[in-house]
Design a protein around this ligand. Structure first.
Ligand code: ZN
Ligand code: ZN
Length: 168
């Protein structure tokens, strides 16, 4: 699962998420406004890790209008619904990814283009338990972000406009 423009989740999974979001809005007496649904479609329709700024930009590119405040309020609802997970990679802004029952995973973050790649490795999981035990520590959870340069940036082809959310 990469942000490299080819992260398209299955249509069935997206349709199920959309239906679940509508049901969540209904159950919580929140109006299913066109804006809310459009924002949910952007976040749920990708496996990327989008910032609020990127969501707003995507909506504008679709000809929809939604202010950043509306985007923030709606992603908050999506996070409360459990359909979306909030990530803070220490960039000064949050990113949002559809949870879709995705198991625990780690991230690689390109500091040049903002590309986020996911990975999962059983050796790392075992290592965190061993490390914790060596420190007389009972491990509960961990998270790892590896910062650096993605292959494309290292090879000098800029492939996106960048995270764009810097300073947001
Ligand atoms: Zn990059
Ligand atoms: Zn992720």
């Amino acid at each position: 699962m990469s942000d490299g423009g080819h992260a398209h989740p299955g249509a069935d999974a997206v349709a199920a998420d959309r239906a679940a979001f509508r049901a969540y809005l209904r159950d919580h007496n929140l109006p299913a406004t066109a804006q809310r649904l459009a924002i949910a479609d952007v976040v749920l329709g990708t496996d990327r890790h989008l910032s609020a700024e990127e969501i707003a930009r995507e909506l504008r590119s679709q000809g929809a209008t939604a202010g950043t405040a509306t985007v923030y309020r709606t992603v908050e609802v999506l996070v409360r619904s459990g359909l979306v997970v909030e990530r803070d990679f220490g960039e000064g802004f949050k990113r949002y990814e559809a949870s879709r029952g995705v198991p625990h995973h780690e991230h690689l973050l390109c500091t040049v283009c903002g590309d986020v790649t996911e990975f999962r490795d059983e050796r790392l999981e075992r290592m965190t338990t061993l490390l914790a035990e060596a420190h007389d520590f009972s491990r509960q959870r961990h998270r790892l972000v590896i910062y650096g340069l993605c292959g494309r940036c290292r090879r000098g082809h800029s492939h996106t406009a960048g995270p764009g959310s810097r300073g947001a």
